[in-house]
Design a protein around this ligand. Structure first.
Ligand code: C2E
Ligand code: MG
Ligand code: MG
Ligand code: MG
Length: 291
């Protein structure tokens, strides 16, 4: 059996790596089929306007349930899709489903609702973005009902080309949202370069906001700066009343997190909107939003 000394002096068995590699390839093939068979579904997590306390947006999040392996999280399959050239197809499918569902929501009468859809780093370099305009037009949705979420590494890695694509989005009225803000290396430069409409402060700063002076300082700094630049702020991963209270005291514009609701299927998203308008009893849904 072969082995070698790893970087930290740890013995790593070749065989173990091989197993890991084979597992990944199997997952890749499964993912390829799941995409081909349109088995990737999309769930929607409410984003709450913190001034009014109402749901105004949803983030579209890809979901994959495999009959054999069960629920496989995006943190596992998105990197695989990116690595093996599947992210274009996957992204397109998510986008298509999200637009079909948003069209349904609008036709239910909730015409102010906006969908925020993740767009991967690799999609910019590997694929044509034209499908975004085509799908939006096919469903006759206003461009202003769609927001594209990118991470700051996306924008800065590939430089100018991405800024041009983003400019084309913006020209049509599609808003740009800077995801996982604070986790990259050039956060402030990214605000200036990308000029996003929205910044989403990463969950890692929210999770310890109660106890970490540093996180508190960063979040309040980002909110103040954003205010000056006319950029709105979403706090990601808000789970407790205490976190919400701190964010409210900082006048954070939008709240997203399990405190209100996890991502839910489209039918439940519509229920949440109906409850928002008082059309149905809130007893019918069991997320915090409905208590
Ligand atoms: P993200 O875009 O930052 O999405 C937010 C993630 O945080 C979601 O995880 C969401 O379920 C989770 N989350 C929301 N509120 C809370 C909370 O209060 N507590 C905790 N612990 N987590 C919370 P999810 O759905 O597992 O997605 C993970 C990441 O995968 C996303 O992070 C995004 O980067 C990527 N992703 C998901 N769907 C897509 C997609 O359709 N396309 C692309 N390119 N990436 C996607
Ligand atoms: Mg996101
Ligand atoms: Mg995020
Ligand atoms: Mg995040």
């Amino acid at each position: 059996e072969q082995k070698w000394l790893g970087r930290n002096g740890v013995c790593v068995y070749d065989q173990q790596l091989q197993h890991e590699y084979i597992r990944k390839l199997k997952l890749r093939d499964k993912l390829k089929h799941a995409i081909k068979d349109k088995k990737i579904s999309v769930y929607y997590q409410p984003i709450i306007d913190n001034k009014t306390g109402t749901v105004c947006k949803f983030e579209a999040l890809a979901r994959w349930y495999d009959e054999h392996d069960g629920f496989i999280p995006p943190s596992v399959f998105i990197p695989i899709a990116e690595r093996y050239g599947l992210i274009g197809m996957l992204g397109q499918q998510v986008f298509e489903k999200a637009c079909a569902d948003l069209d349904r929501i609008h036709r239910c009468g909730f015409r102010d609702v906006i969908f925020s859809i993740n767009h991967s780093v690799k999609e910019f370099s590997q694929h044509n973005q034209e499908y975004i305009f085509e799908i939006i037009n096919n469903y006759n949705l206003p461009y202003s009902a769609i927001m594209i979420e990118i991470t700051e590494s996306t924008a800065l890695d590939d430089g100018k080309n991405i800024l041009e694509i983003l400019a084309a989005f913006r020209e049509r009225g599609i808003a740009i949202s800077l995801d996982d803000f604070g986790t990259g290396y050039s956060s402030l430069a990214a605000i200036i370069d990308i000029k996003p409409d929205i910044i989403k402060i990463d969950r890692s700063f929210i999770v310890d906001i109660e106890h970490s002076k540093e996180s508190q300082m960063l979040v309040s700094l980002v909110i103040d700066l954003s205010c000056k630049l006319n950029v709105e702020v979403v706090a990601e991963g808000v789970e407790t009343q205490a976190q919400l209270d701190i964010l409210s005291s900082m006048s954070c514009h939008y709240i997203q997190g399990y405190y209100y609701s996890p991502a839910v299927a489209i039918d439940d998203a519509i229920m949440i909107l109906k409850a928002r308008n008082g059309d149905i009893s809130i007893d019918n849904i069991d997320t915090k939003l409905l208590q």
